[in-house]
Ligand binder design. Structure first.
Ligand SMILES: NC(=O)c1ccc[n+]([C@@H]2O[C@H](COP(=O)([O-])OP(=O)(O)OC[C@H]3O[C@@H](n4cnc5c(N)ncnc54)[C@H](O)[C@@H]3O)[C@@H](O)[C@H]2O)c1
Length: 271
C-alpha cells in the first residue's frame, strides 16, 4: 500500500538522530518520503538534518534539510517560512524532539527542569503556533506529537521527573489542540513509544559503560536490561514509531483525533 502520503508536504522536527543508526525522527522522515511525501527534515544539528534528507534523496524522494532550534520562536518561524517558500503547503507536522535529564524533584536543578520543558513542550507549542494557521487555511492537516510511556508510568530503575512531567504536558497539549481544531479539519494525535533501540539509547548505554572496567560487557548489560524489560524480549525500533506516525498522518486515521497511541510491545499492560 504505497503512496499513502502522495503529494503531501511533511515537516519532521528532530529528523536526525543522536548518533549513527535509526532514530524515531529519521525513520519517520524516511517512511513519510517512501509513502510519497515531500519531507522537510529539521534538526538542531545541520549535519543530522542533511544526512536524513540525503538518504531520502538517494532513494529518489524529495527532501530538504533545515537547521533550527525548535524551542526558539525565530527558528520555528523561519522553518515554516522556508517550507511554504519551497512547497507552498504543510500537510503533516511530526514533532519528534525530546531530551531527558535524570533526577527527582530534589536532585534536579531548576535550569535543567526549564531546559527539558523548553525542548520537550515549548517546541511543540511553537511549531503548532506557526503551522496551525497554515493548516487552517488549507482546511486540512495532521499533527503527530512524539510523547513517551514515561508520561503515564514512572519506570522502575530510572528517575527523570522533568521528562515524565514534560511528556505528560505533551499529551495534554495534544488533546487540547485536537479538540480546538477538529471542526477545521485538523487532527492532532500523540505516540507514546516504550523502550526503543535508537542511537540515543546507544549513546546513553555508552555513557553508562564509559567508566566501567569491562566497557563492552557493561554496554551489553544495559542493552540486555532494556530488552528483558520488554514483554516481547526485545526493544522496539525507530521503524515501529515511524509506522505509527504514518498511520496517524495518513487519511486512514481520518477519524482518529486526540488519541494517545502506545507503541511499547505491551510494557504498560504490566503492573
Ligand atoms: N528512544 C526511546 O526509547 C524513546 C522512548 C520514548 C519516547 N522517545 C521519544 O522519541 C523522540 C526521539 O527519540 P530518539 O531516541 O530517536 O532521539 P534522538 O536524540 O536520536 O533524536 C532526536 C533528534 O532531535 C534533535 N533535537 C534535539 N533537540 C532539538 C531542538 N531543540 N531543535 C531541533 N532538533 C532537536 C536531535 O539533534 C536529534 O537528532 C523523543 O521525543 C523521545 O523523547 C524515545
Amino acid at each position: 500500500m504505497a503512496g499513502r502520503l502522495k503529494d503531501r508536504v511533511a515537516i519532521v522536527v528532530g529528523a536526525g538522530s543522536s548518533g549513527p543508526g535509526w532514530g524515531n525522527g529519521k525513520c519517520t522522515a524516511i517512511t513519510f518520503a517512501r509513502e510519497g511525501a515531500k519531507v522537510m527534515c529539521v534538526d538542531l544539528k545541520r549535519a543530522a538534518a542533511e544526512e536524513t534528507a540525503g538518504l531520502i534523496q538517494k532513494e529518489g524522494g524529495e527532501a530538504m534539510a533545515f537547521e533550527a532550534d525548535s524551542s526558539k520562536n525565530a527558528g520555528v518561524k523561519a522553518m515554516v517560512d522556508a517550507c511554504l517558500g519551497k512547497w507552498r503547503r504543510i500537510d503533516v507536522l511530526d514533532n519528534n524532539v525530546g531530551i531527558g535529564s535524570t533526577g527527582g524533584p530534589v536532585e534536579l536543578g531548576e535550569e535543567e527542569w526549564d531546559r527539558v520543558f523548553d525542548v520537550n513542550v515549548k517546541s511543540f507549542f511553537l511549531t503548532a503556533k506557526h503551522v496551525l494557521p497554515v493548516m487552517e487555511r488549507q482546511g486540512k492537516g495532521a499533527i503527530v506529537n512524539v510523547s513517551s510511556i514515561a508520561s503515564i508510568r514512572a519506570p522502575r530503575g530510572v528517575t527523570y521527573i522533568a521528562y515524565n512531567a514534560s511528556k505528560g504536558a505533551v499529551n495534554a497539549l495534544t488533546m487540547a489542540i485536537a479538540s480546538q481544531y477538529a471542526s477545521k479539519g485538523i487532527r492532532c494525535n500523540a505516540i507514546l513509544p516504550g523502550l526503543m533501540h535508537t542511537p540515543l539509547i546507544d549513546f546513553l548505554a555508552e555513557q553508562y559503560a564509559r567508566d566501567e572496567k569491562d566497557h563492552n560487557q557493561a554496554y551489553d548489560k544495559m542493552i540486555a536490561i532494556r530488552n528483558k524489560a520488554s514483554p516481547t524480549g526485545k526493544m522496539g525500533t525507530g521503524w515501529d514509531t515511524a509506522n505509527a506516525a504514518l498511520f496517524l498522518a495518513s487519511d486512514e486515521a481520518a477519524y482518529v483525533n486526540g488519541h494517545l497511541l502506545v507503541v511499547d510491545g505491551g510494557i504498560t499492560t504490566r503492573a
